[in-house]
Design a protein around this ligand. Structure first.
Ligand code: SAM
Ligand code: DTB
Ligand code: SF4
Length: 337
């Protein structure tokens, strides 16, 4: 599977649309975890070069999609995801809230549209939605779509009928992350299984909704764990249209609050490997951006990230300031799409 791309030297400018063909055309091939680990082990500059080649063969370099996130139902979740501030059993000091009323959601959506976001993502801290709640979310999807925004929701596990109804409402994307490597999943979550997550992703796919699925790095998984996560996503047929790569935000009161910190270059490597193995997917530089320097974010864009969460908040914590983002886009000549 893994081939070495020819190294080009700087005496001649590289032709505009060259890619390492065996890698760029590997969309439908299976990635062995060992091959993905080998990508992680490449010297940083070689990895970045290959990621750039693949990125430029499939996307316009510098174009970055922006999604705005809103927590429509915060806290009090029955699940035990070790990273999450919203699990009822973790003592994070977060107040459990009720489902946000439609009009308040629409105010946020209008502001997101005015700010230039193209997609509005609504997140709820549920294991799975109850009937009354789903009906309310369906109404939100319909109304947000009328504003001309793409819609995404993340509501936990779905059954076939729920996925069908969301599709019928015109939902564009469903976010459901696999979060970590298969071998590591039970270290992080015990109240549901990875198979439960995969079943929901399949139902979403079958209903005709675009899949948004990614994971978190920096949970102590190590390079093998990161390779396992990315191989798992890349081997989906097809891979998710949207792949959020989150850097763990360590919340005091969660089991993962005190873990060792990730080398920032390993975060960049994760983006680059996602780009190489999922050439046609949007790779989103997701949680953790608030703590990243402009230079680190620039490396992530060079590694092939072409989507961000844009807006002052993620779900329960802050995001990079929009004014800083606009300045960074201008400094780097990035174009939002
Ligand atoms: N309850 C739904 C679910 O689990 O799919 C939706 C909300 S859940 C908070 C969405 C995703 O946010 C998780 O799958 C995880 O990838 C990400 N996330 C949550 N807490 C995080 C943290 N502390 N750091 C980084 N990413 C986090
Ligand atoms: C995703 O992969 N990241 C977003 C979104 N999907 C729902 C959530 C990030 C949450 C970060 C921690 C918080 O705000 O609670
Ligand atoms: Fe958090 Fe979602 Fe897990 Fe609930 S299911 S604890 S909201 S990540």
């Amino acid at each position: 599977m893994m081939t070495t791309s020819p190294v080009r030297f700087a005496d001649k400018p590289a032709p505009k649309t060259t890619a390492a063909p065996a890698v760029a055309d590997a969309t439908d091939a299976r990635w062995r975890v060992a091959d993905v680990e080998a990508l992680f082990a490449l010297p940083f500059l070689d990895l970045m070069f290959r990621a750039q080649e693949v990125h430029r063969a499939h996307f316009k370099a510098g174009e970055v999609q922006r999604s705005t996130l809103l927590s429509i139902k915060t806290g009090g979740c029955s699940e035990d995801c070790g990273y999450c501030s919203q699990a009822a059993r973790h003592h994070t000091g977060l107040e459990r809230e009720r489902l946000m009323p439609l009009e308040e959601v629409l105010e946020h959506a209008r502001a997101a549209r005015a700010g230039g976001s193209s997609r509005f993502c609504m997140g709820a801290a549920w294991r799975s939605p109850k009937e009354k709640d789903l009906a309310a979310v369906i109404e939100m999807v319909r109304e947000v779509k009328k504003l001309g925004l793409e819609t995404c929701v993340t509501l936990g596990m779905l059954d076939d009928e729920q996925a069908r109804r969301l599709a019928e409402a015109g939902l564009d994307y469903y976010n459901h992350n696999v979060d970590t490597a298969p071998d590591y999943y039970r270290e992080i979550v015990t109240t549901h299984t990875l198979q439960d997550r995969l079943d929901t992703i399949e139902k979403v796919r079958d209903a005709g909704i675009n899949v948004c699925s990614g994971g978190i790095v920096g949970m102590g998984e190590g390079p093998a764990g990161r390779a396992g996560l990315i191989a798992q996503l890349a081997n989906m047929t097809p891979p998710p249209e949207s792949v959020p790569i989150n850097k763990l935000i360590p919340f005091p009161g969660t089991p993962l609050a005190e873990g060792e910190t990730l080398d920032p270059f390993d975060f960049v490597r994760s983006i680059a490997v996602a780009r190489i193995t999922m050439p046609k997917s949007f790779v989103r530089l997701s949680a953790g951006r608030e703590q990243m320097s402009d230079e680190l974010q620039a490396l992530c864009f060079m590694a092939g990230a072409n989507s961000i969460f844009y807006g002052e908040r993620l779900l329960t914590t802050g995001n990079a300031d929009t004014s800083d983002d606009l300045r960074l886009f201008a400094r780097l000549g990035l174009i939002s799409i």
